[in-house]
Design a protein around this ligand. Structure first.
Ligand code: ATP
Ligand code: MG
Length: 232
């Protein structure tokens, strides 16, 4: 389900399909950038070529890329007005997955990303201030002609009922919620400080396992078939 029509001729003459996922949220600090980076690394570990387009003026994903020693996944400092062109380039270069990291608030930049994507992902912490923005966000994306929306629970406490209550609340609003959850994990923050994600920093951790489950579910929802799972 590629809304953008991300098919392009590659030099060998066959059509190559890029899947594009926009990570958006009305609220700031819900985990958009962390999820975008988690997703592209999960995609690469599953045998795909993935890039991040950072259209947030804060450039958090770009700064993560600057700290990173590995040359992939590539993080591109992109302008919202040039998103279509950036996606064409990605298709021509044989990229399998583009994840767009957007600024907080569903305004021009994030909505352009939502329109050009196959899937829109909203990370949501189990907090009322986050939860109450998600139904409106879905409506805004839909009215703007954006892709289907799914929510992912992020930074959930390891114990208690907050995650299940949040899931029930979002489902009650008719929001599709990822069946897997990203917990509040120290490894997540420690990893990004080094230009890594938790799956690389602590491959045997709960955080890494959660990231793999969430990443694979989102990739499937976006219509991506992962080829092989690389050992981390
Ligand atoms: N699952 C998690 N466990 C622990 N810390 C997390 C988790 N997810 C995000 N964080 C931390 O929460 C903070 C906000 O995350 P992040 O920068 O990804 O949010 P954002 O939505 O991109 O923010 P902004 O709206 O400013 O762009 C960061 O310090 C990040 O390390
Ligand atoms: Mg961010």
């Amino acid at each position: 389900m590629v809304a953008w029509g991300g098919y392009n001729m590659v030099p060998c003459g066959i059509f190559h399909m890029v899947v594009t996922i926009a990570v958006v949220a009305q609220k700031g600090g819900t985990g958009k950038t962390t999820l975008a980076l988690t997703l592209v690394v999960a995609a690469e570990q599953a045998g795909l070529t993935a890039v991040v387009l950072d259209i947030d003026p804060q450039a958090t994903a770009c700064k993560w890329g600057d700290r990173r020693e590995a040359s992939t996944p590539v993080v591109v400092d992109a302008q919202p007005a040039r998103l279509g062109r950036a996606l064409e380039t990605a298709a021509a270069e044989g990229v399998d997955l583009v994840v767009i990291d957007t600024p907080a608030r569903l305004e021009t930049a994030a909505l352009e990303a939502a329109r050009l994507s196959s899937l829109v992902v909203i990370p949501c912490r189990p907090l009322l201030f986050d939860i109450e923005t998600v139904p409106t966000s879905q409506q805004i994306v839909t009215l703007a002609g954006g892709a289907p929306v799914v929510a992912v629970l992020n930074a959930t406490p390891p114990r208690g009922r907050r995650a299940s209550e949040t899931r029930a609340a979002l489902s009650g609003f008719g929001i599709v919620v990822c069946p897997y959850t990203l917990g509040q994990r120290a490894a997540v923050g420690d990893a990004v400080a080094m230009g890594l994600v938790a799956a690389e920093f602590m491959p045997s951790s709960r955080a890494a396992a959660e990231a793999r489950d969430v990443g694979h579910w989102i990739m499937q929802e976006a219509g991506l078939e992962t080829r092989s799972v690389k050992e981390t």
